[in-house]
Write a protein that binds this ligand. Structure first.
Ligand code: NAD
Ligand code: UDP
Length: 313
C-alpha cells in the first residue's frame, strides 16, 4: 500500500519540493496550506496527479485525516512575513504543533517538525551544535518566530516522552532555491530579483554578518532520510550546509552570476539580526544514510537565478 503522508505548509517553498519528491517516491500526499505565503503556482503541476490532494486549511484549527506520516512545515519563514502578524505566527507554531501532535497521537503517525536555526538566536557559540541552548531575545521582533519554534520543540519532546508519539525535530538552516517567493524578503531571493531587474542590492548592516546556505534538493533529501530513521532518532538534528559566507560575498557572487549592473547599497541592520550562523552537522552526517550537502553555492545560485529569470515579468 502507498504510504499516506500529510505535508502542512505544502504549497510553500520547501513544502512544494517535498510534496513533489514524496509523490515521485510513490507516496499518497495530502498537502495542507492556508496560502498565507505559499501559492498554488508552486504545486499546480501536481494537481491532476491522483496521489496528490490539496486542502485549504489553517493549522491553528484541528484537522483530522488518516495518514502514516506528517511533515509539519506550516509557518511563514521570512522575517518580513512572520513579523507582519506576530501573534498569528506564535499561534501557527504553537497551536499548529499541538493540533498536529494531537493528530499524530490519535492516529499513531510519525511526525517531523521543521524547526529552525533561529532557536539559537544570535549565537555566542560557533558553529552551532544541537547541544547549544541559544541566545534568544524573548521580547524582540524575531521572538514570535524564535520562541514559537522553541515552544513547538518543547511540545514535540513532551508528546514523545508523555504519549510515545514518534517524533523527528529538524533544525533547518538557511535554505534557498526555485519557488522562493519573488517578494519573500529573504536574502537570496531579494538579491537575485534586485540583480535581474538592475535595482540596488540592499545589504542590511555592513554585510559582514554570516549565514550558511543549503540548496533545496539537499534539504529535501535530508528530511526524507530523517523521517525514515529508527524511532530512537528523534533529534533535534541540524540540517544545513556548513560552508559559511558573509552577506557581502553573497551579493558579489549574485552580481557576478547575473552579470548585473546593480550597485550595492547599505541599509540599517534589523534589530536582533544574528551576526553569525553555521551548523555543526556531525549528527546528521552520522545518522542519515549517505547524506551530506552536495550542491555548491555556485550551482545552487545558478539554478535559482534561472528560475527567477523564468518568472519575473
Ligand atoms: P514558506 O513561507 O514558503 O512556506 C510556509 C508555508 O506554510 C506556506 O505555504 C504558508 O502558506 C503555509 N502556512 C503559514 N501559516 C499557515 C497556517 N497557519 N496554516 C496552514 N498553512 C500555513 O517558507 P519555507 O521556507 O518553505 O518554510 C517552511 C518551513 O520550514 C517553515 O516552518 C519554516 O519555519 C521552516 N524553515 C525554513 C527555512 C528556510 O531557510 N527556508 C529555515 C528554517 C526553517
Ligand atoms: N539581508 C540583507 N538584505 C536583504 C535581505 C536580508 O542584507 O535584502 C540580510 C539580513 O539582514 C540577514 C541575512 O541577510 O543578516 C539573512 O537574512 P534572511 O532574511 O534571508 O534570513 P535570516 O536572517 O532569517 O537568516
Amino acid at each position: 500500500m502507498r504510504k499516506r503522508v500529510l505535508v502542512t505548509g505544502g504549497a510553500g517553498f520547501i513544502g512544494s519540493h517535498l510534496c513533489e519528491k514524496l509523490i515521485d517516491a510513490g507516496c499518497d500526499v495530502l498537502c495542507l496550506d492556508n496560502f498565507f505565503t505559499g501559492n498554488k503556482d508552486n504545486i499546480v503541476h501536481l494537481i491532476n496527479n491522483p496521489y496528490f490532494e490539496l486542502i485549504r486549511h489553517d493549522v491553528t484549527v484541528p484537522f483530522y485525516a488518516e495518514v502514516d506520516e506528517i511533515y509539519n512545515l506550516a509557518c511563514p519563514a521570512s522575517p518580513i512575513h512572520y513579523q507582519l502578524n506576530p501573534i498569528k505566527t506564535v499561534k501557527t507554531s504553537v497551536m499548529g504543533a499541538i493540533n498536529m501532535l494531537g493528530l499524530a497521537k490519535r492516529i499513531k503517525a510519525k511526525i517531523l517538525q521543521s524547526s529552525t536555526s533561529e532557536v539559537y538566536g544570535d549565537p555566542q557559540i560557533h558553529p552551532q551544535p544541537e547541544s547549544y541552548w541559544g541566545n534568544v531575545n524573548p521580547i524582540g521582533p524575531r521572538s514570535c518566530y524564535d520562541e514559537g519554534k522553541r515552544c513547538a520543540e518543547t511540545l514535540f519532546v513532551n508528546y514523545h516522552t508523555q504519549n510515545d508519539v514518534r517524533i523527528k525535530i529538524a533544525r533547518i538552516f538557511n535554505t534557498y532555491g526555485p519557488r522562493m517567493g519573488q517578494h519573500d524578503g529573504r536574502v537570496v531571493s531579494n538579491f537575485i530579483v534586485q540583480a535581474l531587474t538592475n535595482k540596488d542590492i540592499t545589504i542590511f548592516g555592513d554585510g559582514k554578518q554570516t549565514r550558511s546556505f543549503m540548496y533545496i534538493s539537499d534539504l529535501i533529501d535530508a528530511l526524507i532520510k530523517f523521517m525514515d530513521t529508527d524511532d530512537r532518532i528523534t533529534g533535534p538534528m541540524n540540517l544545513g550546509n556548513p560552508v559559511e559566507f558573509t552577506i557581502l560575498e553573497i551579493a558579489q557572487k549574485i552580481i557576478e552570476l547575473t552579470k548585473s549592473e546593480s550597485k550595492i547599497v547599505f541599509m540599517p541592520l534589523p534589530v536582533d539580526d544574528p551576526i553569525q550562523r553555521k551548523p555543526d552537522i556531525s549528527i546528521a552526517t552520522k545518522e542519515l544514510k549517505e547524506w551530506k550537502p552536495t550542491v555548491t553555492l555556485n550551482d545552487g545560485l545558478s539554478e535559482t537565478i534561472n528560475y527567477f529569470k523564468s518568472i519575473i515579468k
